[in-house]
Design a protein around this ligand. Structure first.
Ligand code: MN
Length: 733
């Protein structure tokens, strides 16, 4: 082990590097870790040297690299912060201390379920821990280099992860994928982000990692040969335009390919598997090169992206175009050398290796952006899980930029789906969205949008939102609009249902549903129940807060309950004669019961209903109680009356309720009773009162009469109808 390679690497970009200081730190750290071993069996100090090398790859300042060499001395050896400060100055001591603290406060990456079952003490502990971590992140944002050292440290730890126990391995890999890789992404350090993601992916999902790697290997030779051919052709095309450029093939990292496959892109369709990169001297050459390519090859206009004129928040700049060559699609990035450095190293590319601060305005803006987002994390996070969730959401995730078919640019939070985009355009487009064409191919509504996607929302006039959408939206705006739609729909549904309940209940009572639902009497009842209007009443019934039976009872004329029951004499008579009905096909299915709900009497159209375990019940056909299950209905008919044994038997009679609505004039009641008496029909009981149901009638007569059957009942009702002043005669049961 020697410091020589590290020093020459640093000197290659920083001739003024403080070599003496670097050497002192090297020796100090090596001494401090003497005798300590990594789990791999190597001396512990190898890890410190590797960390420093990764920082040198990012071309960072001497102090940062020194701190990289010593980043573990406070944690793992007896060295104190004061000692570091005396020997190497406050700057280095602060950096090392910062890295040590970050290592101590672990973000909680456990699942929601684990958080939910945690004890109260545990939750308080985790909350404190999360809060400390948050404050720490804010504090370290003052010196970005702490994060950079931590990232370099994490890269080497991930590279040697296989030597740890599998449980620890899983935890560190998960933390890397959820916290550290996103930080690297936010800072634009692609070089580190892609390494962290691939390493974490490999440990968390070894099977999937192998599958993707194998798929890539299978076509490697073919792909490389094709790439070489394209590189040559592009060079020629550019040289003709006087542009001398570096053209080379590039590979995507495995985790990003896996993410694309997971989002539903078939492997053989992942476009940028064949990707090329063109590096030129200046910005003007980028556009000239683009023009030259478009002249020579056909290209997808909708996949053309100008990230030079419109840089991403993390500072990324490039031109992207997709050309068509012999049926293959080739994705090409064109950028300057400086842009390339930023694309690879992000914030580190803006770093002054002399002062250890951002040099350019762009660097400062990336840095300021990072700090702002850290500060935006509100103190109101009340659970560690929520804290981590919003960290991931607000701090470490990017926005995505998507285009409408007309080319208008829309910004959405990363993770936003087709539904979010549809609602962003217009509420009605959201409500009727059935899917989309994303970059020309059909995509489901839950598809997560990616940067540069061109999205054409597909709608259908009758389409409606689904509650499952709520788990597929990212934006609060879309969520609210969907919720509102359901609130209104629930209201409309309840209203319809309430009307149906009420109509059904009215039919059971043999009242005219249409008349009753529109009658002002119903509005009176609504008011009586403290409701504003009929709609409110229907909604209450539909939601089950008010029973339709109760409302109908308020609507119905009062009928004294005991008097509606058949007398003992009648019941006995019925029993002695056995059932008065039988099945049409004469098969005896046991007990048959005449149902009171509609009170069938001989001569009525009747129907049998096969109950569940209680034989057959007999209803008047059309009774509301049996309409829902036509498959259980059986044809029944009344039996012929058995021939009487003695000369003058008393006729069998059945009580029936009728309602007579008439004008309230003197003698009216007398005329009605006389009319009934003409048919030798007994009036069992009756109430005469002001009309409560129909407004055109001023009075109603509620009568229970004994009839021998439907035929006689019909005659009696006809007789009453002929009386002057009678508006309506209805059979109630
Ligand atoms: Mn370390």
């Amino acid at each position: 082990m020697s410091i020589k390679p590290l020093i020459s690497q640093i000197q290659s970009y920083n001739p003024e590097a403080e070599v003496e200081l670097l050497e002192r730190c090297y020796r100090f750290a090596q001494d401090a870790h003497k005798g300590q071993k990594r789990k791999s069996g190597e001396p512990y100090f190898t890890h410190c040297l590797k960390t420093a090398e990764i920082l040198a790859e990012l071309r960072l300042d001497t102090h940062t690299i020194c701190s990289g060499l010593m980043h573990d001395v406070l944690e793992d050896t007896g060295i104190t912060r004061e000692e570091l400060q005396v020997r190497f100055g406050a700057n280095i001591a602060n950096l090392v201390e910062g890295v040590t603290k970050i290592g101590q406060y672990r973000p909680n990456v456990t699942t929601a379920t684990a958080a939910a079952v945690a004890t109260v003490e545990d939750r308080i502990h985790r909350k404190t821990q999360a809060e400390t971590y948050r404050k720490l992140l804010l504090a370290t944002a003052e010196d970005m280099r702490v994060i950079l050292i931590k990232l370099a440290d994490r890269v080497h730890n991930m590279e040697t992860l296989k030597f740890l126990t599998s449980e620890k391995c899983q935890r560190i890999a998960k933390e890397t994928l959820e916290i550290y890789a996103p930080i690297a992404h936010r800072l634009g350090i692609w070089r580190i982000m892609s390494r962290l993601e691939d390493l974490a992916f490999k440990h968390l999902y070894p099977g999937e990692y192998r599958k993707v790697a194998e798929l890539l290997d299978q076509k490697l030779v073919e792909r490389e040969a094709y790439c070489d051919k394209m590189v040559k052709q592009i060079r020629q095309v550019l040289e003709k335009r006087g542009i001398y450029a570096d053209v080379h093939g590039r590979t995507k990292h495995i985790y990003s390919i896996y993410q694309k496959i997971q989002k539903g892109t078939p492997f053989n369709e992942i476009r940028d598997l064949i990707g090329l990169r063109i590096l030129v001297k200046n910005e003007a050459d980028c556009y000239i090169a683009l023009g030259a390519l478009h002249q020579r090859w056909n290209y997808h206009p909708d996949r053309l992206r100008d990230w030079i004129g419109n840089p991403k928040k993390n500072g990324y700049q490039s031109l992207h175009t997709t050309i068509l060559d012999e049926g293959k699609t080739v994705e090409i990035q064109i950028r300057t050398y400086q842009m390339h450095k930023i694309a690879e190293d992000g914030i580190a590319a803006h770093w002054s290796y002399k002062e250890g601060v951002p040099t350019s305005a762009q660097g400062r803006s990336i840095f300021a952006n990072y700090k702002q987002i850290l500060e935006d994390i509100q103190e109101t996070q009340d659970s560690p899980h929520q804290f981590v969730a919003s960290m991931k959401l607000e701090l470490f995730q990017d926005e995505v930029y998507v285009f409408s078919p007309k080319g208008d640019l829309f910004t959405l939070p990363a993770g936003a789906t087709v539904i979010d985009f549809a609602y962003k355009i217009h509420t009605d487009i959201g409500h009727t969205c059935v899917g989309a064409e994303v970059n020309g191919s059909i995509a489901p509504i839950r598809r997560v949008l990616e940067n540069g996607d061109q999205v054409n929302i597909r709608t259908q006039p009758n389409a409606k939102p689904s509650r499952s959408w709520l788990s597929h939206v990212k934006t609060a705006a879309a969520r609210n609009k969907i919720r509102l739609w359901f609130r209104e729909k629930d209201r409309a549904d309840a209203l319809e249902l309430g009307k149906k309940f009420l109509a059904a209940e009215l039919r059971v009572s043999y009242l005219n549903a249409r008349d009753c639902l529109n009658s002002p009497k119903l509005l009176d009842i609504a008011k009586q129940l403290n409701l504003k209007n009929l709609e409110e009443l229907f909604i209450r019934i539909g939601n089950g807060y008010e029973s339709a039976t109760h409302v109908v009872s308020l609507l119905k004329p009062e009928v004294p309950e005991p008097e509606t029951k058949p007398t003992d004499e009648v019941v006995a008579k019925r029993k002695s004669q056995g059932p008065a009905v039988q099945l049409e096909n004469d098969i005896d299915l046991g007990m048959m019961r005449i149902m009171k709900c509609c009170n069938p009497i001989p001569g009525d159209q009747v129907v049998g209903y096969l109950t569940r375990g209680r034989g057959v019940s007999v209803h008047r056909s059309g009774c509301i109680r049996i309409l829902d299950e036509p498959e259980r209905l059986l044809a029944v008919k009344w039996t012929e009356k058995p021939s009487p044994k003695n000369e003058n038997p008393p006729p069998d009679v059945y009580p029936v309720k009728i309602l007579v609505e008439c004008s309230d004039r003197p003698g009216m009641l007398g005329e009605i009773t006389t009319a009934i008496a003409q048919y030798k029909v007994n009036i069992r009981c009756g109430t005469f009162q002001p009309s409560t149901v129909h407004l055109d009638a001023t009075a109603s007569d509620n009568l229970t009469i004994d009839v021998t059957g439907a035929e006689q009942l019909d005659k009696v009702m006809q007789g009453i109808r002929q009386l002057k002043g009678v508006q309506r005669v209805t059979r109630l049961s």
